[in-house]
Ligand binder design. Structure first.
Ligand code: ATP
Ligand code: MG
Length: 351
């Protein structure tokens, strides 16, 4: 049996380059070695967009199209929908009891999101709950690895804490047992590890926040070449002329290093830019946009085949198929957890 991977995305919009370098690239790469589960966190989309069910539904389908376009192979990997895996919601409750309220509220990722997404002090009760829910998303599949971007590190840490605590409290695992030995020591849950992508936090084209679906600063995997160039052109560095020595730690060069894959060319650009050797921002932007478009072209070709309602049907079918498989595993997990908690009053079967 292959070790498992679990990760996912919230359907709050289409996927962008940040997803690619932060997580998606790893998912595509690891599909052969791992039994992969990719979760559509549609419940979590409701925590900030409860008034937009139609958008959430459409974004859910669009994300699957982005996954398939990026190279996720539904014959090898399992695509599943959070709201159709009831064990996740049940585990969320159990885990909520193991986490101090104030610890959840101090979670730095939540704090940043409240700030950057302008959620003020009127965000829903469900919003901070999503961080607890995410522990259940992950642990329901008992994975070894969770490929995510850097912003998710705090969440994975919380997930590890919950798993450790559950195993200690209900499965008799000793306090001194190291995390990697929890399952062999009788723990219901493995203590999963975050796998951070090649670029853990890609900034948006605004150069301030991380690139994010919700912040209007993203280059989407489905953006046509012209839009990519236009968006890259919006990057500002403050540099005045091609002969001014430039700072290669700026946002433009973050994109250079992320997307120009020829290391020698990157080094050359860095050298000339730093020296002010007659190389303008405009030129660098053009090379970056070309590199991005080269990366995206095959994805967009695959995506075009999934356009429109016929593509939606294909996607819905894949979701149903994957969710049946996901429920088998998640139900097994829930039943192990309930047994450990002395809640094993009766068997049940789903889907
Ligand atoms: P939202 O704005 O709704 O929070 P998002 O763009 O942050 O959307 P998520 O669905 O929250 O996207 O994140 C999905 C995955 O992609 C997570 O593993 C996250 O860490 C990763 N990710 C998102 N944005 C970036 C980024 N800019 N750089 C690297 N990884 C990222
Ligand atoms: Mg996010």
């Amino acid at each position: 049996m292959k070790p498992r991977i679990l990760t996912g995305d919230t359907p709050t919009g289409r996927l962008h380059l940040g997803h690619w370098v932060g997580s998606l690239e790893n998912r595509v790469r690891l599909q052969e070695q791992y039994d992969c589960f990719f979760l559509l966190a549609n419940m979590h989309a409701f925590t900030t967009r409860a008034d937009k069910p139609a958008d959430i539904r459409q974004d859910t389908l669009e994300i699957v199209k982005d996954w398939l376009a990026a190279g996720i192979d539904p014959d090898r990997s399992t695509i599943t929908l959070q709201t159709e895996v009831p064990a996740i919601a049940e585990l969320t409750w159990f885990f909520a009891m193991l986490l101090p309220f104030n610890k959840v509220m101090r979670n730095p990722t939540l704090k940043t999101e409240i700030e950057t997404k302008g959620l003020g002090d009127t965000y829903s009760f469900g919003f901070p709950m999503y961080a607890v829910g995410q522990c259940a998303d992950i642990l329901a599949f008992r994975p070894e690895l969770v490929p995510v971007g850097e912003d998710q590190e705090a969440h994975i840490e919380m997930c590890r804490d919950v798993a450790l605590k559950f195993n200690q409290l209900y499965c008799g695992v000793g306090n001194r047992v190291p995390p990697e030995e929890h399952q062999t020591a009788g723990g219901a849950f493995p203590i999963p590890k975050a796998l951070i992508g090649r670029i853990g936090r890609l900034p948006g084209i605004d150069g301030k926040q991380k690139m994010s679906k919700s912040l209007g600063n993203a280059i989407m995997l489905s953006d046509p070449p012209k839009d990519v160039q236009k968006k890259i052109n919006k990057i500002t560095t403050g540099r005045q002329s091609p002969t001014e020595p430039g700072d290669t730690s700026n946002i433009l060069f973050t994109f250079v290093r992320a997307f120009i894959r020829d290391g020698a060319r990157v080094a050359e650009l860095e050298r000339r830019y730093a020296a002010g050797d007659n190389i303008g921002d405009g030129h660098v932007k053009q090379e970056v946009a070309e590199a991005i478009n080269t990366l995206l072209a095959p994805m967009q070709e695959r995506r075009a085949k999934l356009d429109g309602p016929a593509g939606d049907d294909v996607v819905i079918d894949l979701i149903r198929r994957g969710t049946r498989r996901a429920n088998t595993i998640a139900e097994e997990t829930l039943s192990m957890a309930k047994q450990a908690m002395q809640l094993d009053f009766g068997p049940r079967t789903l889907g």
